[in-house]
Design a protein around this ligand. Sequence first.
Ligand SMILES: Nc1ncnc2c1ncn2[C@@H]1O[C@H](COP(=O)(O)OP(=O)(O)OP(=O)(O)O)[C@@H](O)[C@H]1O
Ligand SMILES: [Mg+2]
Length: 334
Amino acid sequence: MAEKLLEVRSLTTGFAAGQGLVKAAEGVTISIDRGQTICLVGESGSGKSVTSLSIMRLVEFAGGMISEGSIRLGGEELTTKSQKEMSRIRGNKMAMIFQEPMSALNPVFSVGEQIAESIRLHQRTNAAEARRRAVDMLRLVGIPDPHIRAKQYPHELSGGMCQRVVIAIALACSPDLLIADEPTTALDVTVQAQILDLLRSLQRDLGMSILLITHDMGVAAQMADRIAVMYAGVIVEDGPAQDLFEHPAHPYTMGLLRSVPSMDGEREESLYTIPGTVPSLHQLPQGCRFHPRCQSAMARCAVESPPLEGVGPDHKTACWLYDNSAGSKEVLSK
Ligand SMILES: Nc1ncnc2c1ncn2[C@@H]1O[C@H](COP(=O)(O)OP(=O)(O)OP(=O)(O)O)[C@@H](O)[C@H]1O
Ligand SMILES: [Mg+2]
């Protein structure tokens, strides 16, 4: 049995709005084994970043609040930790990289100094040793001539190189878990592929787990051992990547897969888009949150919210289509 590194259970995170709390992630349950990559996918606004910031306990700094649930990293409960304890955990056990490489770097320090600073923050070393290790880190993330590059400033490096530097900074603490929130979206396609290759090889060599957030099913197909699909703040499907691609259960997942350009490079006539848009958190539909956009919606979908339940070994979905207990399966006319 693979060892679980991260176990998130029934996590709910909200933002204060008027009298109440607007829930941007609700009842989220995901887990990651050691050495595994899980991709969290879903359209813009579905709650992917809020979920990842909650796991890091950084959501509080963005005005969010974890109101329910549990987050365990290596068996340790994170929701009850103080921010002081969390900053130690963030420095030693988990790290996060964001979409915009440039904004994550400080323009007035050389990239070598920034990596060395991160090393000194996490490990007991003197300045000279940290500088030497920073050069090693640049080499590790595939930057040529690391001695020269270490002395350069972010504006002297390409976007792809800056993202490699950001990854080096994240890896300086040898995290067990790396959370990467759309790490390649700002980069062009070739560089994107190189960064994904880098993450894969670092994972293989360092044995860390990766939670990769993307809205791109193509990226998920290349990278994921497991995929969790999020829609309007809830997980609607979760399963082993291959199984989910071959047998998607949730109509939303089917829609996401139809909107990916074909993998064999053939050009499609016109790319499918799921009709409608993600609902506002202030006006969530009753019942299944996806039902207003769902081609297979039935009467009960507009009333009752479906639980996340098994449809195959280790594969779950939240959809009434797979519930045989009661009710008519007649599709609602639209
Ligand atoms: N600081 C905040 N205050 C209030 N609402 C927020 C805040 N941050 C996020 N939200 C809301 O939470 C919801 C989920 O946002 P989130 O950023 O997690 O989406 P996402 O899935 O990461 O989307 P994208 O693919 O665009 O990055 C959105 O409706 C957003 O408006
Ligand atoms: Mg996001």
